[in-house]
Write a protein that binds this ligand. Sequence first.
Ligand code: SF4
Ligand code: MSK
Length: 664
Amino acid sequence: MAKKRTAEERSIDHASQQLLIRADSLGLDTAFARADAMPACPIGAGSSGLCCKNCFMGPCRITKEGQVGVCGATSSTIAARNMARAIAAGSAAHSDHGRDVAFTLLAAAEGEAQGYQVRDDVKLRAVAAYYGVPTAGKTTAALAKEIAQKAITEFGQQKGELAFVKRAPKKRQDLWRKYGIAPRGIDREVVDVLHRTHMGDDQHPEHILKGALRCALADGWGGSMIATELSDVLFGTPSPKVGQVNLGVLKDDEVNIVLHGHEPTLSEMIVAAASEPELIEYAKSKGANGINLAGICCTSNEILLRQGVASAGNFLNQELALITGAVEAMVVDVQCIMQALPNLAAKFHTKFITTSPKVMIQGGMHIEFDEHRALDIARQIVRVACDNYPNRGEVVIPDDAQDLIPGFSHEYINYMLGGSFRASFRPLNDAIMSGRIRGVVADVGCNNPRVTQDKSHAWLVREFLKNDVLVVQTGCGALASGKLGLVTGEAALEHAGPGLREVCEATGMPPVLHMGSCVDNTRILTVLTQMAQEGGLGDDIADIPAVGLAPEWMSEKALAIGAYAAASGACVIFGLESPVEYSDEVTRVMDEVWEKELGGKLLFVSDDETMFKKSLEHIDKKRAALGLPEYDPSRFGRSGDQRMNDVLALPLETQADVMYGGVR
Ligand code: SF4
Ligand code: MSK
């Protein structure tokens, strides 16, 4: 049995450590403990892509060089098929989220979705333009209905290309067409991968992975992009807000409702219900001082960005939130919800409530979401939580809650940099061209209990900032940085290199931009596209000095994101063990073949330092290819607040000379 790790070895986060110790003292299991107790695959093949159970002549476990499955499938075919199926599952999950948002928009436009309305008419009209839908003379409701129907149609579309493909740089679109991976319809591409990886179908590793890339593109430039864009239409496009993150956001004297999962639809209604005076009074009638909402995972990111609702943290905080004993109800929708939760909730007074028609967990209470009466359902859930307040036992809430400023949507970055008269990415491109910003890193993705929670995210983000690399984040990675105080304006003074700090001081932006939830990685695609179109950084995403990282990934959705980012031209590096490690051929296809055909690649690197080094090498290689000056931090940093600090360190007389010069 593997060694049991200490709380410090399991998480770098003080709040998590405190609750892990409490879990041990109460004899409670967590994912951290189960990861310690779960032995590695006995044949050493499972996590590395060499176990196939695609038919019932198997399972076939390839453990020796040259061994093949019962059907003759090689290790490369098995590794490619497993990878493709994971990408298809991830794409399906993200995209189905997009479908549900589109159906909610349709119901809202038809006046049948209680509590919902179009909150961003401007974005609705922008999306209409991408769909080629004329807007003149149309009411918001009529246009919203038309757009929702267009989006819904894209899931079942059989031929042609998804509409958002045209948002990519022209050169990129042509590459997709040439390589044969321009996505046709969202569901079609998922089905295509499931079909081609069935026993006896596609058995050519590069060809299997080509299908997987097309499927991933149907997610990134299809389902996920629909989820992001239509969520903005319905709930508002994010802009910066001050929020808080970590388990200390739970309150010891209020009804705590934790919202966990991914979708904004029901959680937005719970936010609305929880602020209704009657329900606040109801909570008080049960002895509480009010109702406190907190998120976990990406539902958290959705309501943090748009409503400023505090976050109780990322993926590995889900069980720890229950261990505080302070949660009256944990309400979940879809994705990243551990099955251990209902049993753990039962050890406390917590009501564990599933809400999605797709997700029911034994031991939980099921209150099914229906967008037609969402507000009533939300009120019912809030009442269940309030009724539970008097049942609380001992409560231990860590004293850790950190301010953060999330909400950097594509639109806001454009506005922030260009100003209100002419929104523009020009200043960002100029900062990269001058070398103030060396490049951009997107550090995204999950926590994984097999490695220390938040440690890789934290180390990498801090190192990149020191080296003048602007960091953009989504998902659990963004919440990890939030917990460490890196998503604030002040973080630039402490952590950013001299050039990046100048840019942050000039614009007021944090050096780490929190751009949203997992589906919102599409915001990064459109930002990169606009940077390519702005001029000076080539004419395609592949030309930009940028890298995508997922150092603590665990989900199939992360692989889908990595694949669509690579197909979009990005160099993508994942941490942990490679799921295709034992196939040199598949590893080569994802690195060399994809780079040759598409300019992007997907690598697996298990140690943070190598990941960091490879990222900087890639950024510097792209800078050199663009003919940009070599990175030289000594040219920057003698302005702004640093200049003022330098001056204040001088003797008083000299300070006066410097500050007032000839005017004195
Ligand atoms: Fe074995 Fe081939 Fe069946 Fe896979 S598809 S389980 S390799 S026989
Ligand atoms: S929630 S997919 S653990 S980022 Fe989006 Fe976090 Fe990964 Fe789930």
